[in-house]
Design a protein around this ligand. Structure first.
Ligand SMILES: [Zn+2]
Length: 271
Protein backbone atom coordinates (compact mmCIF):
# COMPACT_ATOMS: atom_id res chain seq x y z
CA UNK A 1 0.00 0.00 0.00
CA UNK A 2 2.05 3.03 -1.19
CA UNK A 3 1.92 6.24 0.84
CA UNK A 4 1.57 9.68 -0.70
CA UNK A 5 1.81 13.19 0.71
CA UNK A 6 -0.59 16.07 0.25
CA UNK A 7 -1.36 19.50 1.71
CA UNK A 8 -5.08 19.73 2.35
CA UNK A 9 -7.81 21.65 4.16
CA UNK A 10 -10.29 19.63 6.22
CA UNK A 11 -13.71 20.40 4.70
CA UNK A 12 -15.76 17.96 6.76
CA UNK A 13 -15.26 15.58 9.65
CA UNK A 14 -17.63 12.80 10.61
CA UNK A 15 -17.41 10.49 13.60
CA UNK A 16 -16.98 6.84 12.69
CA UNK A 17 -16.99 3.94 15.11
CA UNK A 18 -15.66 4.38 18.64
CA UNK A 19 -12.64 6.58 18.00
CA UNK A 20 -12.22 7.16 14.24
CA UNK A 21 -13.11 10.14 12.05
CA UNK A 22 -13.87 10.16 8.36
CA UNK A 23 -12.49 13.30 6.75
CA UNK A 24 -13.35 15.10 3.55
CA UNK A 25 -10.16 16.86 2.47
CA UNK A 26 -9.49 19.33 -0.32
CA UNK A 27 -5.89 18.95 -1.37
CA UNK A 28 -3.72 21.08 -3.61
CA UNK A 29 -2.30 18.02 -5.33
CA UNK A 30 -5.29 15.72 -5.83
CA UNK A 31 -8.44 17.74 -5.22
CA UNK A 32 -11.13 16.33 -2.95
CA UNK A 33 -10.29 13.12 -1.11
CA UNK A 34 -12.03 11.12 1.62
CA UNK A 35 -9.80 9.60 4.27
CA UNK A 36 -10.17 7.83 7.59
CA UNK A 37 -8.21 9.06 10.61
CA UNK A 38 -8.06 6.03 12.85
CA UNK A 39 -8.10 6.70 16.56
CA UNK A 40 -8.26 10.49 15.97
CA UNK A 41 -10.85 10.93 18.77
CA UNK A 42 -8.66 9.32 21.42
CA UNK A 43 -7.43 11.88 23.95
CA UNK A 44 -3.81 11.05 23.20
CA UNK A 45 -4.11 10.83 19.41
CA UNK A 46 -1.29 12.53 17.48
CA UNK A 47 -3.79 13.06 14.62
CA UNK A 48 -6.39 15.06 16.54
CA UNK A 49 -5.05 18.62 16.01
CA UNK A 50 -4.19 18.33 12.33
CA UNK A 51 -7.52 16.71 11.47
CA UNK A 52 -9.66 19.49 13.03
CA UNK A 53 -12.25 21.08 10.76
CA UNK A 54 -10.86 23.87 8.56
CA UNK A 55 -7.21 23.12 9.42
CA UNK A 56 -4.67 23.27 6.61
CA UNK A 57 -2.35 20.35 7.26
CA UNK A 58 0.25 18.13 5.65
CA UNK A 59 -1.00 14.59 5.38
CA UNK A 60 0.72 11.33 4.69
CA UNK A 61 -1.93 8.95 3.34
CA UNK A 62 -1.92 5.29 2.46
CA UNK A 63 -3.85 4.35 -0.69
CA UNK A 64 -6.84 2.12 -0.21
CA UNK A 65 -9.71 1.18 -2.50
CA UNK A 66 -12.41 3.44 -1.08
CA UNK A 67 -11.14 5.57 1.80
CA UNK A 68 -7.51 6.63 2.07
CA UNK A 69 -5.92 6.04 5.47
CA UNK A 70 -4.23 8.89 7.34
CA UNK A 71 -0.79 7.74 8.46
CA UNK A 72 0.52 11.08 9.71
CA UNK A 73 -0.74 14.65 9.84
CA UNK A 74 0.87 17.94 10.80
CA UNK A 75 -0.83 21.34 11.13
CA UNK A 76 0.37 24.06 8.75
CA UNK A 77 -2.31 26.69 9.52
CA UNK A 78 -5.22 26.44 11.90
CA UNK A 79 -6.74 29.93 11.35
CA UNK A 80 -7.15 30.27 15.15
CA UNK A 81 -9.32 33.42 14.99
CA UNK A 82 -11.96 31.39 13.14
CA UNK A 83 -12.48 29.28 16.22
CA UNK A 84 -12.90 32.20 18.61
CA UNK A 85 -15.95 33.74 16.94
CA UNK A 86 -19.10 31.87 15.92
CA UNK A 87 -19.84 34.15 12.97
CA UNK A 88 -16.34 33.70 11.55
CA UNK A 89 -16.58 29.94 12.12
CA UNK A 90 -19.98 29.75 10.41
CA UNK A 91 -18.68 31.68 7.39
CA UNK A 92 -15.56 29.47 7.25
CA UNK A 93 -17.65 26.30 7.32
CA UNK A 94 -19.84 27.73 4.59
CA UNK A 95 -16.76 28.46 2.43
CA UNK A 96 -15.62 24.85 2.81
CA UNK A 97 -19.11 23.47 2.18
CA UNK A 98 -19.53 25.59 -0.93
CA UNK A 99 -16.30 24.35 -2.48
CA UNK A 100 -17.24 20.76 -1.73
CA UNK A 101 -20.61 21.27 -3.47
CA UNK A 102 -18.90 22.23 -6.73
CA UNK A 103 -16.03 19.74 -6.97
CA UNK A 104 -15.74 16.01 -7.51
CA UNK A 105 -13.23 13.59 -6.03
CA UNK A 106 -9.72 13.32 -7.47
CA UNK A 107 -10.03 16.36 -9.74
CA UNK A 108 -7.25 18.72 -8.62
CA UNK A 109 -7.42 22.49 -9.08
CA UNK A 110 -4.66 24.32 -7.17
CA UNK A 111 -6.35 27.69 -7.81
CA UNK A 112 -9.45 26.54 -5.90
CA UNK A 113 -7.27 25.31 -3.04
CA UNK A 114 -5.47 28.68 -2.88
CA UNK A 115 -8.80 30.52 -3.04
CA UNK A 116 -10.24 28.60 -0.09
CA UNK A 117 -7.03 29.18 1.87
CA UNK A 118 -7.23 32.92 1.10
CA UNK A 119 -10.91 33.02 2.05
CA UNK A 120 -10.32 31.33 5.42
CA UNK A 121 -7.52 33.80 6.14
CA UNK A 122 -9.76 36.73 5.24
CA UNK A 123 -12.78 35.47 7.17
CA UNK A 124 -10.48 35.08 10.20
CA UNK A 125 -9.19 38.62 10.28
CA UNK A 126 -11.40 41.19 8.55
CA UNK A 127 -14.00 43.20 10.45
CA UNK A 128 -16.81 42.06 8.15
CA UNK A 129 -16.45 38.28 7.62
CA UNK A 130 -19.72 38.15 5.70
CA UNK A 131 -18.27 40.49 3.04
CA UNK A 132 -15.23 38.22 2.84
CA UNK A 133 -17.67 35.36 2.17
CA UNK A 134 -19.34 37.40 -0.62
CA UNK A 135 -15.92 38.03 -2.21
CA UNK A 136 -15.17 34.30 -1.99
CA UNK A 137 -18.50 33.39 -3.61
CA UNK A 138 -17.83 35.71 -6.55
CA UNK A 139 -14.23 34.53 -7.00
CA UNK A 140 -15.29 30.88 -6.75
CA UNK A 141 -18.04 31.37 -9.35
CA UNK A 142 -15.47 33.07 -11.56
CA UNK A 143 -12.99 30.18 -11.24
CA UNK A 144 -15.75 27.70 -12.07
CA UNK A 145 -16.93 29.66 -15.11
CA UNK A 146 -20.21 30.79 -13.52
CA UNK A 147 -19.37 34.44 -12.78
CA UNK A 148 -22.49 36.63 -12.98
CA UNK A 149 -22.47 39.49 -15.49
CA UNK A 150 -22.72 42.61 -13.34
CA UNK A 151 -21.80 45.54 -15.57
CA UNK A 152 -24.54 45.42 -18.21
CA UNK A 153 -28.11 44.16 -18.54
CA UNK A 154 -28.00 40.60 -19.85
CA UNK A 155 -31.14 41.29 -21.91
CA UNK A 156 -30.50 44.66 -23.60
CA UNK A 157 -26.75 45.13 -22.87
CA UNK A 158 -27.36 48.59 -21.40
CA UNK A 159 -24.53 49.59 -19.06
CA UNK A 160 -25.53 49.33 -15.41
CA UNK A 161 -24.30 52.28 -13.45
CA UNK A 162 -24.71 52.35 -9.65
CA UNK A 163 -25.60 56.04 -10.02
CA UNK A 164 -28.74 55.48 -12.13
CA UNK A 165 -32.03 55.22 -10.25
CA UNK A 166 -34.42 52.26 -10.38
CA UNK A 167 -34.51 48.74 -8.99
CA UNK A 168 -32.60 46.00 -10.79
CA UNK A 169 -32.33 42.26 -10.24
CA UNK A 170 -29.88 39.38 -10.41
CA UNK A 171 -31.25 36.51 -12.46
CA UNK A 172 -30.05 33.08 -11.33
CA UNK A 173 -31.00 31.25 -14.52
CA UNK A 174 -29.81 33.91 -16.97
CA UNK A 175 -26.46 34.45 -15.26
CA UNK A 176 -26.43 38.16 -14.57
CA UNK A 177 -28.15 41.41 -13.80
CA UNK A 178 -31.26 42.77 -15.53
CA UNK A 179 -31.80 46.53 -15.85
CA UNK A 180 -34.81 48.38 -14.38
CA UNK A 181 -36.69 48.00 -17.69
CA UNK A 182 -36.20 44.25 -17.99
CA UNK A 183 -36.27 42.93 -14.44
CA UNK A 184 -39.46 41.79 -12.78
CA UNK A 185 -38.91 40.27 -9.33
CA UNK A 186 -42.67 39.79 -8.94
CA UNK A 187 -42.95 37.70 -12.06
CA UNK A 188 -39.90 35.50 -12.21
CA UNK A 189 -38.98 33.07 -9.46
CA UNK A 190 -35.30 33.28 -10.16
CA UNK A 191 -34.81 37.04 -9.89
CA UNK A 192 -33.50 38.72 -6.73
CA UNK A 193 -33.96 42.46 -6.41
CA UNK A 194 -30.80 44.53 -5.95
CA UNK A 195 -30.51 48.14 -4.88
CA UNK A 196 -27.90 50.28 -6.65
CA UNK A 197 -25.57 50.18 -3.58
CA UNK A 198 -25.89 46.38 -3.56
CA UNK A 199 -24.95 46.23 -7.25
CA UNK A 200 -22.03 48.54 -6.55
CA UNK A 201 -20.84 46.24 -3.76
CA UNK A 202 -20.96 43.20 -6.04
CA UNK A 203 -19.17 45.08 -8.83
CA UNK A 204 -16.43 46.25 -6.46
CA UNK A 205 -15.96 42.79 -4.96
CA UNK A 206 -15.75 41.20 -8.42
CA UNK A 207 -13.01 43.68 -9.42
CA UNK A 208 -10.83 42.69 -6.47
CA UNK A 209 -8.89 39.66 -7.60
CA UNK A 210 -6.16 39.29 -4.99
CA UNK A 211 -5.68 39.60 -1.25
CA UNK A 212 -3.56 42.80 -1.45
CA UNK A 213 -6.33 44.36 -3.60
CA UNK A 214 -8.83 43.61 -0.86
CA UNK A 215 -6.78 44.89 2.04
CA UNK A 216 -5.65 48.05 0.20
CA UNK A 217 -9.20 48.80 -0.88
CA UNK A 218 -10.57 48.77 2.66
CA UNK A 219 -13.99 47.52 1.54
CA UNK A 220 -13.85 44.57 3.94
CA UNK A 221 -13.32 46.90 6.89
CA UNK A 222 -16.72 48.48 6.32
CA UNK A 223 -18.99 47.04 9.01
CA UNK A 224 -21.85 49.36 8.34
CA UNK A 225 -22.76 47.99 4.93
CA UNK A 226 -25.91 45.90 4.99
CA UNK A 227 -25.04 42.98 2.76
CA UNK A 228 -28.14 40.89 3.43
CA UNK A 229 -29.57 41.68 0.00
CA UNK A 230 -26.39 40.69 -1.82
CA UNK A 231 -26.08 37.56 0.34
CA UNK A 232 -29.64 36.54 -0.57
CA UNK A 233 -29.16 37.24 -4.29
CA UNK A 234 -25.89 35.29 -4.46
CA UNK A 235 -27.36 32.45 -2.43
CA UNK A 236 -30.17 32.00 -4.97
CA UNK A 237 -27.71 32.36 -7.83
CA UNK A 238 -25.51 29.62 -6.34
CA UNK A 239 -28.45 27.38 -5.42
CA UNK A 240 -29.41 27.31 -9.08
CA UNK A 241 -25.98 25.79 -9.84
CA UNK A 242 -25.74 23.27 -7.00
CA UNK A 243 -28.11 20.36 -6.74
CA UNK A 244 -28.77 20.66 -3.00
CA UNK A 245 -29.07 23.10 -0.12
CA UNK A 246 -25.96 23.57 1.98
CA UNK A 247 -26.25 22.57 5.63
CA UNK A 248 -23.77 25.25 6.68
CA UNK A 249 -26.27 27.91 5.55
CA UNK A 250 -28.66 26.81 8.31
CA UNK A 251 -25.92 27.52 10.89
CA UNK A 252 -25.31 30.97 9.38
CA UNK A 253 -29.03 31.74 9.36
CA UNK A 254 -29.46 30.62 12.97
CA UNK A 255 -26.63 32.94 14.05
CA UNK A 256 -28.04 35.83 12.04
CA UNK A 257 -31.48 35.45 13.62
CA UNK A 258 -29.97 35.13 17.12
CA UNK A 259 -27.85 38.23 16.47
CA UNK A 260 -30.88 40.27 15.35
CA UNK A 261 -32.89 39.10 18.35
CA UNK A 262 -30.12 40.00 20.78
CA UNK A 263 -29.54 43.39 19.16
CA UNK A 264 -33.18 44.27 19.69
CA UNK A 265 -32.72 43.25 23.33
CA UNK A 266 -29.60 45.41 23.64
CA UNK A 267 -27.05 42.57 23.52
CA UNK A 268 -24.54 42.48 20.65
CA UNK A 269 -23.12 39.18 19.45
CA UNK A 270 -19.81 39.18 17.57
CA UNK A 271 -20.46 40.52 14.04
ZN1 LIG B 1 -32.22 45.72 -20.00
Amino acid sequence: MPDFNITAIVLRRMQYGETDNILTLYSRERGRISAIAKGARKAVSRLSGATELLCRSKFSLASAKTLQIVRQAEVVASYPALREDLTRLANGLYAADLLSAFVTDDDPNPDLFDLLDAALNLISVVKAPSLAARWYEIRLLDELGYAPILTECIFCRAALSPARPGIIALSASQGGVLCHRHCDPQRFDDQSALSRPSLQLLQRLSDLKTLPDLFDNGILENREFDDRQTAYALRRYIRFRTDHDLKSLQFLDTLRIASLRNQTMGVRLPH
